[in-house]
Design a protein around this ligand. Structure first.
Ligand SMILES: Cc1cc2nc3c(=O)[nH]c(=O)nc-3n(C[C@H](O)[C@H](O)[C@H](O)COP(=O)(O)OP(=O)(O)OC[C@H]3O[C@@H](n4cnc5c(N)ncnc54)[C@H](O)[C@@H]3O)c2cc1C
Length: 412
């Protein structure tokens, strides 16, 4: 993992210096449309930041004391670029667009590429939320896992701002919604090319607009003034693009009585969460590692492989699903199957979040849980409980806001 992290950082730096990312972006319309979306790559990070806030569920994140944020953030084009570069370096790996999977003798026997069957011992469907394979097998009634959808109707508007060293005191900023009264959230994350990626997000129809006026109006309505200050200081945002995410969606392959031998599904093709919580990549990576383990145990062609893997994967998905979908139920407008105990867990999590505003240690633990580095049970550790209780006893008074300075050192 450390090697991967170092490699990623080094590659990204090289790409930026050579401006290959920019060229790649310009040359590919698909990624150009996506380029206003930003990834906060939690699983290669070592988050050390503190939260601050003023509402019951706001989550402002800024640097505290000597703690420095170590999260790795970059835009989708550079992430895609790194993947393509990485893929090129793997011998025998070729990227092909498949049309469908080939099923024969009761098992998935390969994929069809340009009308030609490419045989495979195991097909791993990781083709994303709208997986063609899932639709093909469902419509042909070969594989129809139960699907859970929890509607959140999340809308993003994102754009870039120039970034100066020292902006936000070298940190970044996340400002969460405050349900049930506020549907609005935002983030300012540093990305390659000395830019800020500013994302405004609203749920349940509170859609951020894309004009300069819309952006500022939305930013000013947030719980923290820092996002609006940053836009005013370095704005206007360029290349603002919007994105809609209707619902978290989980295909329960682990519940199938008769999984299809020769096929497993992972990543967003299996489960895609509300992206606001930034857990999808970490979850997909953990599932990929679990697949490796399962293959080592039972072998590639084993009939047991799909069931064993999907049960393992389901245990990995459970935690981020509970966090993301559970928190979405803080909005009464959220619809879909709600796990028993969600309200109680949410009440506790809200107390944890309030306590993170004043405890850096707790903020770290909370972020490690959010980023799937630690299990959710870490939040029930005696030391965590003690901090949460102590914070509660100090009363529900508002935490004093330590907003990060917006401009570089010396700026007003
Ligand atoms: C707006 C937004 C912001 C997000 N922010 C974060 C974040 O900050 N942190 C985080 O961890 N996660 C984030 N996520 C979630 C993250 O993007 C996903 O969880 C992750 O990309 C899932 O990876 P995947 O490989 O399963 O699917 P995808 O990333 O969707 O990749 C699927 C790939 O399969 C390819 N494909 C599809 N069909 C075919 C075919 N027929 N033949 C060949 N190839 C095909 C697609 O082109 C695509 O490249 C965000 C998501 C969104 C939408």
């Amino acid at each position: 993992m450390i090697a991967t992290q170092d490699l990623l950082r080094a590659e990204l730096l090289k790409s930026i210096q050579n401006e290959r990312v920019t060229k790649y972006t310009k040359g590919n319309t698909k990624y150009t449309t996506l380029c206003s979306l930003c990834f906060l790559v939690s699983f290669v990070s070592n988050p050390e930041y503190a939260c601050y806030g003023q509402g019951p569920f706001d989550l402002g994140v800024c640097r505290r004391g000597s703690a420095v944020a170590h999260n790795t953030t970059f835009s989708v084009p550079s992430w895609a670029f790194l993947h393509k570069q990485g893929a090129r370096d793997v011998p025998l790996l070729r990227v092909l667009d498949h049309d469908r999977v080939e099923v024969s003798d009761g098992r998935v026997a390969g994929v069809v590429v340009d009308g030609e069957v490419r045989r495979a011992d195991l097909v791993v469907d990781c083709s994303g939320r709208s997986s063609r394979v899932a639709h093909q097998l469902e419509s042909s009634r070969l594989l129809a896992p139960p699907v859970t959808r929890v509607r959140i109707d999340c809308a993003y508007a994102s754009g870039f701002l120039p970034r100066t060293a020292g902006d936000l005191e070298g940190s970044f900023l996340v400002c969460g919604t405050s349900p049930p009264t506020s549907f609005r959230a935002a983030a300012a994350l540093p990305v390659e090319g000395d830019r800020w990626m500013v994302t405004l997000a609203g749920v349940h129809g509170d859609v951020p607009g894309t004009t300069e006026g819309d952006v500022l109006e939305f930013a000013h309505s947030l719980l923290s003034p820092a996002v609006a200050q940053l836009v005013e200081h370095a704005g206007p945002l360029s290349g603002v693009a919007s994105y809609r995410f209707p619902s978290s969606q989980r295909r329960h392959y682990e519940k199938l009585r008769h999984p299809l031998p020769g096929l497993v599904t992972l990543g967003d093709a299996s489960c895609s969460f509300n992206p606001i919580y930034g857990q999808g990549m970490a979850c997909a990576a953990l599932q990929a590692a679990a697949l490796g383990e399962t293959v080592r145990e039972v072998g590639l062609r084993s009939e047991q492989l799909p069931r064993r893997f999907h049960r393992r994967a389901a245990r990995i998905i459970d935690a981020p699903w509970a966090i993301a979908v559970g928190a979405d139920f803080l909005h009464p407008q959220t619809t879909g199957p709600k796990a028993r105990g969600t309200d109680q867990v949410n009440r506790y999590i809200m107390r944890v979040v309030r306590a993170t505003h004043t405890s850096v240690e707790l903020a770290r633990t909370f972020n490690r849980v959010l980023n799937l580095v630690e299990p959710t049970t870490s939040l029930a550790r005696p030391s965590v409980l003690a901090r949460v209780l102590a914070s509660g006893m100090r009363g529900r008074r508002r935490t004093r806001l330590d907003h990060p300075r917006v401009g570089p050192p010396g700026a007003a």
